[in-house]
Design a protein around this ligand. Structure first.
Ligand SMILES: Cc1ncc(COP(=O)(O)O)c(C=O)c1O
Length: 382
């Protein structure tokens, strides 16, 4: 076989497999993709255009432009009270996607275990496996608000090297209060776990203030903090993420990045500088709209008998379709075929989520209202 065993055995993304069905269908309301429906704010696009006009077409430093790293240092300090040296403790990456891969490859030796709360972003298991590690899933459920508990960490942590953690969470939208994070942090310290904290949805937190994990006492030195511009800044296509962390780990990640990526494209970096310099006004107006949509979707779904917890952040809801008597795969296939609404079956996020579907509300309010009507029609007609 020409393909390596490791890659051959990797399961393809369940989201992609399902969305191949959507391709070629007309008038589908797609609530499947995890991507803002907003276009990047104009002044940010303009900064990218200007940079090209001015001839900024070269490589940058492997770690990313120092000006961008300085902006990130200032931003995370002001926003979360974090202190990172822009020269040694920050790396600009091709989205948080690359940062996840680099973090795992930088820290894992073959066979080492990484705890992952489940359900989780579809890339988590694969990036751990590709780095030679072993993912150990910590299942959550509707009853626990899709949050892990300190007791769960305590029971699973023996022999684990670290935890790969995301809040607000894709696909559930669950997030943690400061007090909940403090209780988890205590356990992470007790078990000497390294923490990779993916906080890409932090600015989209609706019900309480987001707490950055490394801002908690004694967590900075054991945490690699990941964030980026794709979600809150509506900049998925610019592919800009960043990792902040202790210098030994950032140095190790940079080593891999410089041989595999060399650097992140300069145009996106210049756009990201503009996004940070201009403050959070655009982010806040998009957040306001997501918040309105969240409230609408949760109420609509519960009203249809599809039990749905109130997610605290991101732009996903994760209702149960158990009351329909169908598996989420059948439910999603039928709603797509009969009512042309695309949802992601929960099994894409793990076998235990056979009763759930992920619905993204990064779609216009009109689309969401129409989707709710179509789902209602499907449930009535069955
Ligand atoms: C939890 C989470 N982490 C990382 C990513 C990747 O984002 P990026 O566009 O920064 O690579 C996503 C994208 O959906 C995500 O949901």
């Amino acid at each position: 076989m020409r393909v390596s065993k490791k890659v051959d055995q990797l399961a393809p993304s369940g989201i992609r497999a399902f969305f191949d069905l959507v391709l070629g269908m007309k008038d589908v309301i797609s609530l499947g993709v995890g991507e803002p429906d907003f276009v990047t704010p104009w002044h940010v696009r303009q900064a990218a255009i200007n940079s090209l006009e001015q001839g900024f077409t070269s490589y940058t430093s492997n770690k990313g432009m120092l000006e961008l790293r300085r902006e990130i240092t200032a931003f995370v300090h002001k926003r979360h009270g974090l202190s990172y040296d822009p020269e040694e403790e920050i790396l600009i990456t091709v989205g948080v996607s690359e940062a996840l891969d680099l973090a795992m490859r930088a820290v894992l030796n073959p066979g080492e275990k990484i705890l992952i709360p489940s359900p989780c972003y579809v890339a988590y298991g694969p990036v751990v496996e590709l780095a030679g590690g072993v993912p150990v899933l910590l299942p959550t459920s509707l009853d626990s608000g899709f949050k892990i508990t300190p007791a769960q960490v305590d029971a699973a942590a023996k022999g684990a090297k670290g935890i790969l953690f995301n809040y607000p969470c894709n696909p559930t939208g669950a997030s943690y209060t400061k007090a909940e994070l403090q209780a988890l942090a205590k356990l992470f310290k007790q078990h000497d776990l390294l923490v990779v904290s993916d906080e890409i949805y932090d600015e989209l937190t609706y019900d309480f203030e987001h707490t950055a994990f490394p801002s908690l006492p004694e967590m900075r030195e054991r945490t690699v903090y990941l964030n980026g511009f794709s979600k809150a800044h509506a900049m998925t296509g610019f592919r800009i993420g960043y990792a902040c962390g202790p210098r030994d780990i950032i140095e190790a990640m940079t080593k891999i990045h410089q041989y595999t990526m060399l650097c992140v494209p300069i145009t996106g970096q210049m756009a990201a500088i503009e996004a940070l310099k201009s403050g959070l006004k655009d982010v806040h107006s998009m957040k306001k709209e997501y918040h309105r949509r969240r409230d609408f979707m949760v109420e609509a779904l519960n009203g249809l008998g599809l039990k749905c917890h109130l997610p605290q952040g991101a732009f996903y809801v994760f209702p149960s379709v158990k009351s329909t008597g169908e598996t989420s795969m059948d439910f999603a296939k039928h709603v797509l075929a009969q009512q042309k609404v695309a949802l992601v079956p929960g099994v894409a996020f793990g076998d235990s989520f056979v009763d759930h579907v992920r619905i993204s509300y990064a779609s216009s309010f009109d689309n969401l209202k129409e989707a709710a009507v179509r789902i209602k029609t499907y449930l009535k007609k069955r």
